[in-house]
Design a protein around this ligand. Structure first.
Ligand SMILES: CC(=O)N[C@@H](CCC[C@H](N)C(=O)O)C(=O)O
Length: 387
């Protein structure tokens, strides 16, 4: 055992504030990775080894060799931020204009470092593999890392855990459920091309805004009229870009959005309906419709029944943990892809904020950091004693 003490609450907060001030977008997390590696290299290195991922250069794998390993346990944190302009008045707010840790991945990374530091100081019985994963918000980083083959040999976890922060839960609450925790998603990217012209002569042009607007309205009938209401689903269109000036008829209109469903068959049903509506709009309005639907690794997040039952048993029995069973949420997570390959559990960590995930005002409570580290190190130590 090392003489070093575990990271204090103050040290965790300092790390989180540095990460919060320096957010980077998906697949561009170069400084974030360098900072994480620097922090980890200051820990006791006796049992630690590293693996880089050539095709995903901002990813980092860190392994701690166990003392009497029966298995290899994985822990994953995402590391990317969002294209959101921060509107908090925090003293450590984002220094990277237009980019913010508005989904709390700064909190996720800090908890992961706290757990890693604990096991660098106290050699675990089983092997541990930490995945610092880029591109959760976009570009499906989990799938990329998995497909690179980097999670192999001694870096292949037999089970894997990961958390997401939750502003609606009190600080430090741990919550999960058996079965599906998060939705699967599909990005919608669609461009309508008509014919531009003078605003005064609409009959000589073909207005892309009219066609795109009809698309917006028609896709809103999918969930209300095509999806089983017991199953539910979401179609949200988050961008609508068209035209250049008020007196010119727009030649093109572009829309981005996202589909959500808790079952893969619901997602595929909605995808099919979106395709059909896009095709119909092309015919009815005489425009060209370029539709791209991308699911990549954003599969529904399915918790493994046995491992999640063990997780729930530990968290429920530990009087220092405030644990709740929760319902599923329509947030997406490419951890769904990793869980389709490696059994495990995703769980929420409460961070108690009046603002939602992806809000420019999101300000997670830092008291959640130490509680998250303690709950997870306790669980892993307990798990390593199980057969
Ligand atoms: C936790 C979270 O907020 N995740 C994102 C995942 C986005 C998936 C994909 N890029 C999409 O937009 O569909 C979310 O928005 O739920």
């Amino acid at each position: 055992m090392s003489d070093a003490t575990d990271l204090t609450n103050e040290a965790l907060i300092a790390i989180r504030r540095h990460l919060h001030a320096h957010p980077e977008l998906s697949l561009k997390e170069f400084e974030t990775k360098a900072y994480l590696k620097g922090v980890i290299q200051a820990f006791d290195q006796t049992h630690i080894s590293y693996r880089e991922v050539e095709s995903v250069p901002t990813a980092l794998l860190v392994r701690i060799a166990g003392s009497a390993p029966q298995r290899t346990i994985g822990y994953r944190t995402d590391i990317d931020a969002l294209p959101v302009t921060e509107a908090t008045d925090l003293s450590f707010q984002s220094q990277n204009s237009g980019i913010m840790h508005a989904c709390g991945h700064d909190m996720h990374m800090t908890v992961a470092l706290g757990i890693l530091n604990h096991f660098a100081n106290h050699q675990p019985k089983d092997n541990l593999v930490f995945l610092f994963q880029p591109a959760e918000e976009n570009f499906s980083g989990g799938e990329r890392v998995y497909k690179s083959g980097a999670l192999s040999d001694e870096f292949l976890p037999e089970e894997i855990y990961g958390l997401h922060d939750n502003p609606e839960l009190a600080s430090g609450v741990i919550a999960t459920r058996l079965g599906t925790l998060f939705a699967g998603t599909t990005e919608i990217h669609v461009t309508f091309t008509g014919e531009g012209g003078h605003a005064a002569f609409p009959h000589r042009a073909n207005d892309a805004i009219i066609a795109a607007s009809a698309f917006v309205m028609q896709v809103q009938t999918i969930v209300s009229r095509r999806v089983d209401p017991i199953k539910g689903g979401v179609v949200t269109l988050g961008t609508f870009t068209a035209g250049t000036i008020g007196n010119v008829i727009a030649e093109t209109a572009h829309i981005d959005g996202t589909i959500r469903g808790l079952q893969q068959d619901t997602i595929e049903l909605i995808q099919g309906q979106v395709r059909q509506i896009a095709k119909g709009i092309g015919v009815t309005y005489g425009v060209t419709v370029d539709l791209e639907l991308r699911q990549d690794g954003y599969l529904p997040v399915e918790n493994n029944p046995d491992l999640t039952q063990q997780f729930i048993t530990y968290m429920t029995q530990n009087e220092n943990v405030d644990f709740q069973i929760v319902g599923p949420a329509m947030t997406g997570e490419d951890f769904g892809y990793l869980l389709s390959k490696i059994p495990g559990t995703m769980f929420w960590l409460g961070v108690e904020s009046p603002y939602a995930l992806h809000s420019s005002h999101l300000a997670p409570k830092e008291t959640a950091l130490e509680k998250g580290v303690q709950a997870m190190t306790g669980f892993l130590e307990w798990r390593m004693q199980q057969d």
